[in-house]
Write a protein that binds this ligand. Sequence first.
Ligand code: PHE
Ligand code: FE
Length: 291
Amino acid sequence: MAASTIERPAGAAEDWTVPQDWESYTPQEHAVWDELFARQAALLPGRAVKEFTDGLDILRIAKPGIPNFEELSERLMKRTGWQVVAVPGLVPDRLFFEHLANRRFVAGRFIRRPDQLDYLQEPDVFHDVFGHVPLLAHPVFADYMQAYGEGGLRADGLGAIENLARLYWYTVEFGLMREGPELKIYGAGIVSSHGESLFALDDPSPNRIGFDLKRLMRTKYRIDDYQQSYFVIDSFDDLLCQTVEMDFAPLYQELKQEEAIEADEIIPQDHVFSRGTQDYARSRERGDGHG
Ligand code: PHE
Ligand code: FE
């Protein structure tokens, strides 16, 4: 994840990376990983896309507990040329994009506390590694992530980071995919969350709408709760095809004239898979929600 105005923490290198210092994780920290891992690994077959569950085996390295980024990178490097590097927390946008453009995925090294298994606002090592790394083992998704990094550097120069960030949010973090007659999850924010893995597919509350690049780059999102709309792609090939070859500069120009779309809004040209009741979001606003 990226942020725009933050200072480099003491001890971080110029590219903001830090040593993972795997030896210093405590048994309790490894146990948190193991518990989260077991819970999601049991829930995801049949819910997550096959590309994700296939990629999971890259995380099944010899030792239990939080993966050692060096071992992980070695495996990933052989498959798709990606590496995982540790950072203290959010990194500035440009650095984040530069890392991606060079096939380096930046991951937080800290893990949530045992009382935060279900909800955490900042990405920890479980979100970053369990959520993101399996798909980096997939050649097409791996290319998409690199292209996104290059696109980010370009968007920065064009004053369009906000638009591009929405694309990341609604694909990499919260994307759904059509698999035959069914919808499946692949976004890292969903697959790393027990509650949202269920909510995104089964709950009547959110909208599920067909992917449309420009529409998605106009759509606001919420960072503090389950999404109000999810966007459905046909395949990673299709996603890559619709983004990598496309020149975003004219799109960004058009977007400057157009208003943003609210997170729960449906617009006339949407291909709607399911129209959400938004009951969940409304009950949360009233403060009587679950979770
Ligand atoms: N083609 C995009 C551009 O012209 C870059 C990009 C590729 C962005 C893939 C996201 C994903 O900026
Ligand atoms: Fe993430």
